[in-house]
Design a protein around this ligand. Structure first.
Ligand SMILES: NC(=O)c1ccc[n+]([C@@H]2O[C@H](COP(=O)([O-])OP(=O)(O)OC[C@H]3O[C@@H](n4cnc5c(N)ncnc54)[C@H](O)[C@@H]3O)[C@@H](O)[C@H]2O)c1
Ligand SMILES: O=C(O)C1=N[C@H](C(=O)O)CCC1
Length: 233
């Protein structure tokens, strides 16, 4: 498969190595200096760029009839617009806030735990996410996915970075040098606590998941997510 890397930073470089190890080639590398996007030698595009550039990159790939997956976070207010755009172009698109297998299993555990605890108001909930200091967005896309899944399976109505009340899930976003990504869900009552935690040891899991998703979407049309790829849940 010939891959366009839309974004060639920390993730783009690891994806390049993982993709080559799996027998693919990199046909196009796009970063802040790129002026024209030539998709003519490309089968699939992988976007790990910036919150401010993802929408333009995704639309450019769809304009050229190239299936595209995006791991960029912080642009989701435009998600519905991209879904409509993809359908209008009869293209293929997949977004995942987190491509790692471990986090996608963690998402399932989070959903089950949220629905089990939903009817026990004695438990106070908070989500904590910890990432490296270069991260541009807060909270992380993964923390937003976790909060949205809890909202779907409980009585919470929203999430907030500020002080929470019983309608809102508090998300604490911490930035510590070199942390690839940690997410903790904590339910706390007067008598006990229940905590689930996912710790990424490095970025390899994100990169492998992204390449697997790109392989999966290359011959498809439609809008997908990682549940479609991994067949879990
Ligand atoms: N979904 C996941 O599994 C996952 C995992 C890790 C990171 N991320 C997200 O991926 C994104 C990138 O992460 P990173 O750690 O590689 O960041 P990074 O800052 O290291 O890399 C971003 C790259 O985008 C490039 N860029 C700038 N302008 C561009 C443009 N117009 N078009 C294309 N690229 C452009 C920059 O030159 C830079 O190389 C972030 O939003 C991050 O939150 C998601
Ligand atoms: O390094 C990042 O930035 C990460 N971003 C994703 C998020 O916002 O959830 C996934 C984890 C790493």
């Amino acid at each position: 498969m010939r891959i366009a890397l839309l974004g060639y930073g920390k993730m783009g470089k690891i994806i390049e190595r993982v993709a080559e190890e799996r027998g693919h080639s990199i046909a196009l590398k796009v970063d802040s200096k790129t002026t024209t996007l030539d998709f003519s030698q490309t089968d699939v595009a992988i976007d790990f760029s910036l919150p401010t550039t993802a929408v333009k990159n995704i639309k450019a790939a769809l304009d050229h009839n190239i299936p595209v997956i995006s791991g960029t976070t912080g642009w989701l207010s435009h998600y519905d617009d991209i879904v409509t755009y993809c359908k209008s172009k009869k293209g293929a698109f997949l977004y995942a806030s987190n491509f790692s297998l471990g986090v996608n299993i963690f998402f399932e555990v989070n959903r089950v735990l949220a629905s089990l605890i939903a009817n026990y108001p004695d438990y106070e909930l908070n989500i904590e996410e910890i990432h490296h200091t270069q991260k541009l967005d807060a909270p992380s896309g993964t923390a937003i996915s976790l909060a949205e899944d809890i909202i779907k399976n409980s009585n919470y109505k929203n999430w907030t970075l500020d002080e929470a009340d019983s309608n809102n899930i508090k998300i604490k976003a911490k930035r510590i040098v070199d942390v690839p990504g940690t997410h903790i869900i904590n339910y706390n009552s007067d008598v006990d606590s229940i905590e689930i935690k996912h710790t990424a040891h490095n970025r390899e899991g994100f990169a492998l998941g992204a390449v697997i998703a790109a392989e999966w979407i290359a011959d498809k049309k439609g809008v997908f997510n990682m549940k479609d790829v991994l067949n879990i849940g």
